[in-house]
Design a protein around this ligand. Structure first.
Ligand code: FES
Length: 160
């Protein structure tokens, strides 16, 4: 099987290895690093991680599918994950979701045809004090409202 992960990925893992009691404990950082590198976690990627760590690919998939932060399908260049848990919901997260769907012309769970944007609802992001919150790739956007979402999208090249 051809390798999908880069030398940079393996160098990063080698650097992290001494910090973890076992190689299996490297699984979450390995999934993060692979996702940062490739944007999502394909079966091939999870197989390669399993073989590096020494566990069955099914175990890798079991862990990756437990956490919503891992993408098991390809996502757009900009991945918007709007929290719709209680605090964010009470402060208007669904208005922002609806507005974003209209603006991007997609529904939650979809990617724009040009592969630029993917929109998801997310569980609590741990930013309830500044709700509604969203992750834009790995960055937080807090105190979100329609106006702020328009600003974010405008910076990413969405007009209108
Ligand atoms: S409920 Fe949205 S960040 Fe906690």
């Amino acid at each position: 099987m051809a390798k999908v992960l880069s030398e940079k990925f393996y160098a990063e893992m080698k650097k992290l290895e001494p910090r973890y009691p076992t190689k299996v404990a490297l699984l979450l950082p390995a999934l993060h690093a692979a996702q940062d590198e490739l944007g999502w976690l394909s079966s091939e990627t999870m197989e390669e991680i399993g073989s590096y760590i020494g566990i069955h690919p099914a175990q890798v998939k079991e862990v990756a599918s437990f956490y919503t932060m891992y993408n098991l399908k390809p996502v757009g260049k900009y991945h918007l994950k709007i929290c719709t848990n209680v605090a964010c919901c009470l402060r208007g997260a669904y208005d922002v979701v609806e507005h974003t769907e209209k603006k991007l012309g997609i529904k939650v769970g979809q990617t724009t045809p040009d592969k630029q944007f993917t929109l998801h609802e997310e569980e609590c992001l741990g930013a309830c004090g500044t709700a509604p919150a969203m992750m834009l790739n790995n960055d937080y956007v807090e105190n979100l409202d329609i106006r702020k979402m328009d600003e974010v999208l405008a910076k990413l090249g969405v007009k209108g």
